[in-house]
Design a protein around this ligand. Sequence first.
Ligand code: GDP
Ligand code: MG
Ligand code: K
Length: 289
Amino acid sequence: MKTGFVTIFGRPNAGKSTLMNALMGEKLAIVSPKVQTTRHRIRGIITTDDYQIILSDTPGIIDPKYKLQEKMMMAVKSAMEDSDVALLLVDANENLEEASQIFEALKLKVPSIVVINKTDQTSKEKLEEVYAFFGSKSYCKELIGISALKGAQLNELTQAILKYLPEGDPFFDGEEMTDLPTRFFVAEMIREKIFYLYKEEIPYHTTVLITEFKDKTTLTKIVADIVVQRETQKVILLGEGGKMIKQLGTQARKDIEAFLGRKVFLELFVKVRPKWRDNEFMLKEYGYY
Ligand code: GDP
Ligand code: MG
Ligand code: K
């Protein structure tokens, strides 16, 4: 059978996480309209009788201003170097020249498929222009237009990917969906709700640590620390009389219950740890490397 590793790469908001989820048919990667929602490298495994595709979603490409972002870039690079095929994902309506410069700068050795996303909200004329632009690039082995959101042309994309995967034995058990532990996804679901509920900088100054994860007879008990850098951020997270954190807890719990398929008791604490983004030690502790 065909087996191999595929990395989804592209600028923030190109739709990487949406594509990953669409191909998986499951919500593994958190999606939000804000950039830099995805911090970790997330792997999803698709197994059929004919192939096994191991997909990696990657954080968006950003300036390594913070240590955290440097770690993110390293995760992206290592994902690309390990893969058999790279999907260079482009939002059809983004700045094509800028996107192309980043792809070129990567100097990829692995074959690249340029995937034009969001065809559902792009005019035919614009699409022609986008195809012509990328079609002439030397790094572009294949060119395909999709809508990750509407699930359009995903079969064609899969076929294009398979062309570049080697024959081999599967790396993972057919039942496995991902190589990351359940508690990682639980933390991500809480983080996703933070992205939706809080404004501007707050989500970027926040990380989530699962401190307890226990399956009881009728439910799963989960305790999480929401780590912020400053007392003022803690106040915002809690909201007046704890209103916001309560809302966060309710929304996250619903998602986690759907994901785990059982009842959940979720307890959230907000902790202040100054400079968690820049401190190497803390980065290690929070699993960034
Ligand atoms: P990422 O930052 O590259 O992982 O992008 P996300 O998957 O988080 O998506 C960013 C935004 O683009 C979200 O609001 C998605 O719903 C939206 N989006 C993703 N794919 C499509 C698509 O095919 N069509 C449209 N119209 N929107 C999309
Ligand atoms: Mg993402
Ligand atoms: K995003």
